[in-house]
Ligand binder design. Structure first.
Ligand code: BG6
Length: 479
């Protein structure tokens, strides 16, 4: 529907920005921190763009006060960060490393001092290597207990001040890229294991949420899901079916479990026929049902368009664009179910990600209709090349356009009746993009860090910094 006038953003809307430990902190082996699977993976030649790693990242561990000062200057209302499990438990379990707790306590206190709501992500992919070595990490049900203990430690330590929590960041991505495409650690390609690992992650997520109720009864918790709403390529019934298959296999497969504690039927039966459905133990579904979140965290970057894929069609192996050379990404799919296809109606970034603000509104409405939970956009933003001009300015008008149009879509969704908690831009400062190095930049604050050579890591405000400041000041009424 076309609105004559959009409803205003709620007064307590969380105007935020986000980051993740591995991508910003650096200090990879300081103050007792243990080794994570990412610390290990990035050292394997050819895995990341130009061999980049998070040893230093953007040095947030040492510069967090400076970074929070920028947030305060901007008037940011919320900052989403993640905790590195290996700072709290260097080996994933056992003795707590007090210095790790100290770091996050200091960060949280600094945020609160500046009236910035902390949003704490428990797990953003940096699993302790010790747990991977001991029992295969997410491959074993042992992870459930260790994740529970780690989560409870955080709830007890920070729950008095942190009221918004994200349990798992993008479970659909870390399981798929870790176990189906091998682009992320542990670099495995095994469909059966992928679904099994994912089942364990579902259980861990639900158990942590259940524990949360005991320790932070006045808090809110939810997973952050990498949500790419599906479109059909044409109105041909076979393409509509492909889109329905994709919607179920790439979205509902996770979201139905989070909210309703069950897997969607057609996909379950399909996986059973293939012999790759997860092994479920008695009582698992009861556990899943007890872990219903308070909200859905949505990481939205783009929609995906699908068409029919024959039985001998493309697989998930298509080339992934991590170089920023437009047009190098290849289509992927599941034979017999669906394949991706370029949507010629949409512009794409240099990394071949579609730009589709309207898709965000469409997705938010779909989620509201199917799940009825409030929504926090826990990530949305534009990864692009940025140029520092001779006078030191960074004129990222393309990022302003991206964020403005997506915020307008959020406002449209609010007008449609979607309950929105807030919106976190990915990211506050520039940071390390897991596979794409430092040249794919997302921040409001430029960081002088690059793939090669030593750099001074100085921070510089981009044009978008001032723009977002103004939007926050006006609670979005000037979009
Ligand atoms: C999300 C992740 O998938 O997208 C972030 O939660 C990530 O950690 C972001 O950085 C952008 O992806 P990329 O590949 O461009 O860094």
């Amino acid at each position: 529907m076309l609105h004559e006038k959009r409803s205003p953003f709620p007064n307590n809307f969380l105007w935020g920005a986000a980051s993740a430990a591995y991508q910003v902190e650096g200090a990879w082996d300081e103050d007792g921190k243990g080794v994570s699977i990412w610390d290990t993976f990035v050292r394997i030649p050819g895995k990341t763009f130009k061999g980049t790693n998070g040893n230093v990242a953007v040095d947030h561990y040492h510069r967090y006060k400076e970074d929070v000062a920028f947030m305060a200057e901007m008037g940011l209302k919320a900052y989403r960060f993640s905790v590195a499990w290996t700072r709290i438990f260097p080996n994933g379990k056992g003795e707590v490393n007090q210095k790790g707790l100290d770091f996050y306590n200091n960060l949280i206190n600094e945020l609160i001092k500046h009236k910035i709501e902390p949003i704490c992500t428990i797990y953003h992919w940096d699993l302790p290597q010790a747990l991977q070595d001991e029992y295969g990490g997410w491959e074993s049900r042992e992870i459930i207990e260790d994740f529970k203990n780690y989560s409870v430690t955080l709830f007890k330590a920070f729950g008095d001040r942190v009221k918004y929590w994200v349990s798992l960041n993008e479970q659909n991505i870390f399981t798929r890229l870790g176990y189906q495409t091998a682009l992320h650690p542990p670099g495995v390609k095994d469909d059966r294991l992928f679904y099994q690992v994912n089942h364990h992650a579902n259980l861990a997520n639900a158990v942590a949420i259940k524990e949360f109720r005991k320790y932070v009864p006045d808090g809110k918790i939810g997973p952050s899901f990498a949500y790419s709403p599906a479109y059909p390529a044409t109105s041909k019934p076979e393409d509509i079916l492909a889109y329905e298959n994709a919607e179920e296999l790439t979205n509902h497969w996770w979201l139905d479990v989070y909210v309703h504690g069950k897997y969607p039927k057609a996909t379950w039966d399909y996986l059973e026929r293939k012999g790759i459905a997860p092994k479920v133990e008695e009582g698992d579904f009861a556990i899943l049902r007890e872990g219903k979140p308070d909200f859905l965290g949505v990481n939205y970057y783009q929609t995906t368009t699908y068409e029919k894929n024959p039985l001998d069609g493309v697989t998930m192996d298509g080339h992934f664009n991590n170089t920023g050379k437009k047009g190098t990404a290849e289509d992927i799919g599941v034979p017999g179910l669906f394949k991706t296809v370029a949507n010629e109606n949409l512009e794409r970034t240099n990394w071949d990600w579609n730009i589709d603000p309207q898709g965000l509104r469409i997705g938010l409405r779909r989620l509201t209709n199917r799940y009825g939970l409030p929504i926090l956009i826990s990530e949305n933003g534009l990864g692009e090349y940025d140029k520092v001009e001779e006078d030191g300015t960074i004129n990222d008008d393309y990022r302003i356009d991206y964020i403005r149009t997506h915020l307008q879509a959020v406002q449209d969704a609010i007008t449609d009746g979607v309950e929105m908690i807030g919106y976190c831009v990915w990211s506050f400062t520039d940071l390390l993009s897991w596979l794409n190095g430092f040249q794919k930049r997302y921040g409001f604050v430029y960081v002088n860090q690059h793939e090669e050579g030593e750099h001074d890591l100085r921070r510089m405000k981009k044009k978008s910094f001032y723009w977002y400041k103004d939007i926050i000041e006006n609670n979005g009424s000037n979009l």
